[in-house]
Design a binder for this molecule. Structure first.
Ligand SMILES: [Zn+2]
Length: 412
C-alpha cells in the first residue's frame, strides 16, 4: 500500500515543516517533501492546515489499573500505604470483577483515542505476556524490570543485577520505579543503583520524587532516563520530582500517565497538568516544545525503540493528525488538545482511529475491522470492538459505567 498525506503542517517534532507531503509505503515513511508527484494507491488531502505529529508514546502506564476514579487520601510517605488504600477500596473490588484482558483493552483504547500508539506497561511479563499481542496498539514487550529500589517492593523481576545486565546484553531498557516516597529507604534509590553498577543509559527511572541535587547529577552523568508522572505524583504525594533541575542538567525526561486510579486521564491530560504544575511550582512556563519531545523522541530514546517518535524518512508511519489551531503554535496546540481535536491516528501506515471523513479517504480499509463510535457527539471509526468490551464490563459490574478516558456514547 502506498499513499500520500498532502499539505499538512508537519511537526517532526524537532522542527515544523509547513505545507509538506508525506509519502507512505507500507509501514514506513518513504519520503517527505513539497508537492510530491509519486504514483500511489491514493492521496489524503489535508484541506484545513491540519497538524501532523508522530503518534505519541506513553512512557509509563499500568494497563491492569485502567479504571476510575482515582483512589487515595494522601499525601502519603511512600506508595505502599496508597497501594493498601487502593486494594481495600470498593472501587478496587468492583474492578476485580473485570477480566485482566478487558482491563488491558480499556487501557489500550484509552491510549489510542488520545493519540498514543506505543505504551510502556511496567508490569511483569508473567502478567501481561498473554495480552499485549492482542492490543490495538503496541505495548512494549522488550524490557527488563525491577518494581522499585526498596526492600518493600513487589518483587517483580529477578533482582537488579540480573535484570540490568540482561537489558544491556539485549539492548533493551531496564525499567524501575525509584524514590516514589520520602522514607529513609526510598531516598537511597539512586545510590543503591549506582553502587550496584545499574545506573546507566539503559536505566529508566520512574517518578524519583525525592531525588536530591546530587542524585540528579548522578543521573545526568550516567545518561540515565527519567519518566515524569506529575498527575500521579501530585495526587498521591502533593509533590513531584525536581523537574526543573532534571531538565537543566540535560536528563532525558519522558512523560507517563501512570494508571488513571492515581494519575492523569490520558496523555493529553498529563501534558496539560505538567504544564500547569510547572507554572505553579516555578512561576514560569515550561516550553511547549519540550513537553512534545517528552511524548515522542525522548521516550523513543529511553525505551530504546528504533525508528519511532519522529516524522522522518525510514521511520514507521506512526502519525497523529490534529485539527489546526490558528491562534496557537503547533506545539502548544498539541499540549492543549483534547478528544475533539484528534482527527486521525495511524500506526505503521494503517489507520486505527479517527474522523469518519478522513477515514473514508483510505481506499484499502476493510470496514469490518472497525466500528463506528461516537465520542463527544462526533462520529469516529475505531479498530476492533470496544463496544463489546464495554458490554462485558457492564455485565461484570452490573451497571453501565462510562469511564471518562473512554467517553463513548452510552447508547450501544
Ligand atoms: Zn507506576
Amino acid at each position: 500500500m502506498t499513499y500520500i498525506i498532502k499539505n499538512g503542517t508537519i511537526v517532526t517534532p524537532e522542527k515544523i515543516i509547513y505545507g509538506a507531503d508525506i509519502f507512505i509505503k507500507n509501514e514506513k515513511i518513504e519520503k517527505i517533501g513539497e508537492n510530491l508527484k509519486d504514483r500511489v494507491d491514493f492521496i489524503i488531502e489535508l484541506k484545513n492546515n491540519e497538524l501532523v505529529f508522530p503518534a505519541l508514546i506513553n512512557a509509563h502506564d499500568h494497563l491492569l489499573g485502567s479504571y476510575y476514579p482515582r483512589i487515595g487520601k494522601g499525601p502519603y510517605i511512600n506508595w505502599l500505604p496508597w497501594d493498601n488504600d487502593l486494594k481495600n477500596h470498593e472501587v478496587y473490588q468492583e474492578r476485580n470483577n473485570i477480566s485482566n484482558l478487558d482491563l488491558y483493552f480499556l487501557g489500550a483504547y484509552k491510549n489510542l483515542i488520545s493519540g498514543v500508539t506505543i505504551v510502556s506497561d511496567h508490569i511483569p511479563h508473567i502478567v501481561n505476556k498473554d495480552f499485549i499481542d492482542k492490543m490495538p496498539i503496541h505495548v512494549l514487550s522488550e524490557y527488563c524490570l525491577e518494581h522499585e529500589i526498596s526492600s518493600y517492593d513487589l518483587r517483580w523481576g529477578r533482582g537488579i543485577t540480573i535484570e540490568h545486565s540482561e537489558a544491556r546484553e539485549k539492548d533493551i531498557p531496564f525499567i524501575t520505579h525509584i524514590q516514589e516516597g520520602f522514607d529513609e529507604e526510598a531516598c537511597l534509590g539512586v545510590n543503591i543503583l549506582k553502587e550496584m553498577k545499574a545506573l546507566d543509559e539503559y536505566t529508566v527511572l520512574i517518578h524519583g520524587i525525592s531525588l536530591t541535587e546530587s542524585d540528579i547529577i548522578e543521573i545526568s552523568k550516567a545518561n540515565a532516563n527519567l519518566v515524569w508522572c506529575p498527575s500521579s505524583n501530585y495526587f498521591m504525594f502533593k509533590k513531584t520530582t525536581n523537574i526543573k533541575s532534571l531538565l537543566n542538567k540535560g536528563v532525558n525526561v519522558s512523560l507517563g500517565t501512570d494508571s488513571p486510579m492515581s494519575g492523569g486521564l490520558n496523555i493529553l491530560d498529563e501534558m496539560q497538568f505538567a504544564h500547569s504544575l510547572y507554572k505553579k511550582l516555578y512561576k514560569e512556563e515550561l516550553d511547549y516544545k519540550k513537553l512534545v519531545e517528552m511524548v515522542t523522541i525522548n521516550p523513543a530514546k529511553a525505551l530504546r525503540l528504533k525508528n519511532v517518535g519522529k516524522i522522518a524518512e525510514g521511520y514507521y508511519a506512526n502519525l497523529l493528525i490534529l485539527k489546526s489551531s490558528n491562534s496557537l503554535n503547533p506545539y502548544e496546540a498539541l499540549v492543549k488538545a483534547w478528544f475533539d481535536d484528534i482527527k486521525l491516528v495511524i500506526m505503521k501506515g494503517k489507520p486505527l482511529y479517527g474522523n469518519t471523513n478522513l477515514f473514508a479517504e483510505f481506499k484499502n480499509v476493510e470496514k469490518k475491522n472497525y466500528e463506528e463510535i461516537v465520542i463527544k457527539g462526533k462520529k469516529n471509526y475505531l479498530i476492533g470492538t470496544l463496544s463489546e468490551i464495554y458490554k462485558r464490563v457492564w455485565e461484570n459490574i452490573s451497571y453501565k459505567k462510562i469511564l471518562p478516558f473512554l467517553p463513548i456514547d452510552v447508547n450501544l
